[in-house]
Structures are given as structure tokens and as C-alpha cells.
Design a protein around this ligand. Sequence first.
Ligand SMILES: Nc1nc2c(ncn2[C@@H]2O[C@H](COP(=O)(O)OP(=O)(O)OP(=O)(O)O)[C@@H](O)[C@H]2O)c(=O)[nH]1
Length: 342
Amino acid sequence: MFWREREREIKEQTGGPPCGQVRVLVVGDSGVGKTSLVHLIVKGSAIARPNQTIGCTVSVKHTTYGSSGSSSSSIKGDAERDFFVELWDVSGHERYKDCRSLFYTQINGVIFVHDLSQRKTKTNLSKWAAEVAATGTFSAPLGSGGPGGLPVPYIVIANKADIVANEGTRGSSGNLVDAARQWVEKQGLLPSSEDIPLVEAFPSSGGLVAAAKEARVDKEAVIKFFRQLIRRRYFSDELSSSNSWSTLPIQRSIHRSADNLLDDDDQFHKNPSISSDFYMSNAFPPLPAQRNLTPPPTLYPQQPMSSSISEGHNMSNLPRFITMNTSLEMGNAKSRRADINV
Ligand SMILES: Nc1nc2c(ncn2[C@@H]2O[C@H](COP(=O)(O)OP(=O)(O)OP(=O)(O)O)[C@@H](O)[C@H]2O)c(=O)[nH]1
């Protein structure tokens, strides 16, 4: 009783939950590089010989989110809060096909991974999307479904660009995100280049391994995706107040079917100069928080805190992604990893 009271007092003083968590599913065919990608995201380094994932491995990326430097006199406006991004790396092996939906619970977002040197792995993403959509449960679902009816934000990562480059295939810039973006563009989901965040930090040549060697982790793409999920789950009032959603090509996105993911194409190779972005998720308006499913367990319940961010930003003019204060850069955040073989 005492602790509950104390917890409530702290929340009142700080204006919201001091920490939270979002769950991201990482799916794609076996061998496309999901584990390698997760390792790069979480550790910022390459993994030499990743073991084939057995069932599912959960890694945790620590990040902070908040509005430091706000002019607000309240503690609330200045507080940065801890968030934990759970990356559920689900084995792509067929042997787990019948049971892997066990891991599709309370999902906030999905990372689809395919191998640029194996076209089939890209076309198969539609199956993954449909499977997750059909058998998963979702936290903070969107109003309408994306590919296969997937009701949460997602990104697509085209991996192994180095192989494609080595094989002499007419390729993109070698940037994984470039490739993914071009694919997204082909789907007609990106309204204009001005909405595209910078992704220079993402592997600009070579694959994950090369990127990891140089300790380059995307701070402007993958991390923004995570922040978006955090915002959706914990700061949903902000999203509602932002009109940025409504400027997006909602119609086209909402009516996409799983088949769209099946479109095998050469788009990865057609416009190598375009920088990247692959947040299809932004094409959907957010739902009010009350429509969320039961959220995954966190230390503190969801509590929208619109004022903590809006001080520092003109919410009505937000780009699709909030430009975060430099103090929130992921490079400053400690990352920890806790692998749990489920
Ligand atoms: N050349 C190259 N190889 C990569 C890259 N990313 C991953 N690999 C290799 O691809 C192989 C499979 O990588 P994993 O990360 O285990 O693939 P996975 O998708 O997790 O596979 P499952 O656990 O079977 O689902 C490993 O040998 C990696 O070293 C890349 O960007 N370039």
C-alpha cells in the first residue's frame, strides 16, 4: 500500500511513467540476417557467426525519450525517460512455422528483413505479414491494417547489399535503407522527399557486417522507428494533436493488401540516389489510447504526456518524425542486451 502511494506520488511529480517498453517483432526467412541485424542494433557491432535462432531470441535496446532543454518550468517537461525496445527475433526456419505464432503477442511494431541477393525472401514478406496479422495480438493498433492486415507500424530492411554489390548486380547505393525506401516508394507510400529523414549513419556501403565493423548504426531510421513506437504507445495524445498523419497518403496505404508485399520488382535498383526512409507505418492515423489492447507488462501504466514534448516542438508543424533534441541521440544512451531464449 505504501509503495503504491509512493509510486503514485512519484508519477504525479514527474508527470508520467519514468520508463516503459515497446515490443518489436523481427521476421523474415531463415538466413536473411535478422539475428545479425538485431545484434548490430543492440550492440553496435557485428556478430561473427550467428547461430541459427531456436524459436525466438529476445534482445533489449535501451533508449531514452523525453524533452530535455524544454522551457517548461515543470519537471515533467524536462524529464527524459527510459524505454526498453524488445526485439523479438523469430526464427525463420520452417520447423517453427506451426508454433512461432506463440511469439506474436502484444506487438507494437514489426521489422521485416529480406536478403537482397535472394529475391524470394522479399516476396515471402507478404506471407510473414499475413501470418503475423492473422495470428498476433497487438498493442496500440492502428485504425486500419497494412500489408496482410497488419495493424501496427512496420519497416522493411533489405539486407546483404554487399553480396548484391559483389555479384555485380545493378544495385542501389548499397545502403540497406536506400533499398528499402525504393521499395516503399514503389508502393506509393512516401509522399515526398522532404519527409525523409537522413540516414547517412546507416550502412552506406556493404552490408551489416561492414557497417558493424565501422560501428555505424542507423540513428536516423531504425531508431526513429523505435521512437515512433514509443510515441504511439506512451505519448498518443501528441500524435492525435499532430496533423502530420493526415497529410500522408492514407488511402493508398490503408487499402494495400498482402499482395503488395509480393510485388517483386527492380525498384531497388532504379533510383540509387534517393536517400532512405521506409516507415510505411506513418501512413496510418493513430488510434486513441483507449482502443489499445492490453499493453505488455511495464513497471508503470501507459500515461499520455503531451506536454513533455510539445514545449520544444511545434506539434502542428511536425514532420512525420519528431526531430528530437540532440540530447536524445541514441549514441548517448547506454545499450544493454539481455538475450532470453524463449
Ligand atoms: N554478406 C553478408 N552476410 C550477412 C549479412 N547479414 C547477415 N549475414 C550472414 O547471413 C547468415 C545468416 O544470418 P542470421 O543473422 O543468422 O540470419 P537469421 O535471419 O537470423 O536466420 P534464422 O535464425 O535462421 O532465422 C550468417 O552467416 C550471417 O553472417 C550481410 O549484411 N552481408
